[in-house]
Design a protein around this ligand. Structure first.
Ligand code: 3HC
Length: 284
């Protein structure tokens, strides 16, 4: 099967990154956002990002124009009727995702592959909400999508082998490196990363060291590109808490339980970089 037209549901942090890399790799991309205003903002952000790359000399103006010409946005899910592959990248909400997959199944052409960028929701439940469970799988990108090379290809017990092969080839066509995993909460990366991030919060809560020193310790002591608190702010404290809660619910292991401080920071609206404040404060 040849993928030409790609749909992306959601043009937030992850969705816009997926739109960008797919358009730069030569695919026609149509993204769906909740309303006209969010479509307009999504298009504006993509233009700004690509223009920024041109200004830095990382992309030539012709390639930028060609990528932008391949991107369109719509507030209507029904407009995804000509897509060969749709990647859902909405917020983490299982009932909403199941409902969206059921709708999408009635809209997308019969051959289309339906993928989810979820990090913690149940892919099998999304597949079961459609009449094409063999064509549903997880394609889990990492933040920031244009820079992170990995995509986890997550098959359920219902996914057809040919669909896994086509989706894996598409990931390679984006210039990313795929790894294969099963549909199990949090897949490979988050299964290891989330307990580490939660432990960092517990360490800080215990008063062992300052935020800055814990970050410096992991950067310089382990060669990690970012310390855990900088990374928590990048990923989003709300997203991390949600993923941790789903993992705790699934595995019932204390190491996955979000620590009290993390929950309270989310309640306080300190969600990380996107909110201007998380463990650190950000000015534009
Ligand atoms: N498209 C293409 N290039 C872009 C870009 C974009 N949208 N945005 C920035 N760039 C370019 C910049 O122009 C810059 O180039 P330059 O250095 O030549 O100017 C280059 O990318 C790197 O930018 P930075 O200076 O910001 O890069 P750093 O060297 O500081 O690296 C980082 C940034 C790649 C984010 C690195 O710090 C890192 O790897 N951090 C860890 C991130 C991580 O772990 N992510 C995974 C999170 S977990 C997750 O996502 C799972 C989810 O389910 C929760």
């Amino acid at each position: 099967m040849i993928i030409k037209n790609v749909g992306v549901i959601g043009c937030g942090l992850m969705g816009s990154g997926i739109v960008q890399v797919a358009a730069q790799a030569g695919f026609s991309v149509l993204f769906v956002e909740a309303n006209d205003e969010l479509v307009r903002r999504g298009l504006g952000r993509l233009r700004e990002t690509l223009e920024g790359l041109v200004a830095k000399g990382k992309l030539d103006a012709t390639a930028k124009d060609a990528a932008l010409a391949r991107i369109a946005g719509t507030p209507r899910l029904e407009d995804l009727k000509a897509c060969d592959l749709v990647v859902e990248a909405m917020t983490e909400n299982q009932p909403l995702k199941n409902e969206t997959f059921a709708k999408l199944d009635r809209i997308a052409p019969p051959h289309a592959i339906l993928a989810t960028n979820t990090s913690s929701c149940n892919v099998t439940a999304m597949a079961a909400a459609t009449r094409r469970p063999g064509q549903v799988l997880g394609l889990h990108f990492f933040n920031p999508v244009p820079l992170m090379k990995l995509v986890e290809v997550a098959r359920t017990i219902l996914t057809d082998e040919g669909v896994v092969t086509t989706a894996t080839e598409w990931v390679r066509a984006l210039g990313k490196t795929p790894i294969q995993t099963k549909d199990s909460t949090a897949f490979v990366v988050n299964r290891l990363l989330v307990p580490y991030l939660l432990d960092a919060v517990r360490l800080y809560e215990s008063g062992l060291a300052s935020l800055e020193d814990i970050d410096t310790a992991m950067k310089l002591g382990c060669g990690y590109p970012m310390g855990p608190f900088t990374l928590l702010d990048l990923v989003g404290l709300d997203t991390t808490t949600y993923v941790a809660e789903v993992m705790f619910e699934e595995f019932r292991e204390p190491r996955y339980a979000p620590p009290p401080l993390l929950k309270r920071m989310v309640m306080a609206g300190h969600l990380g970089r996107k909110a201007g404040r998380g463990f650190y404060t950000y000015t534009k």
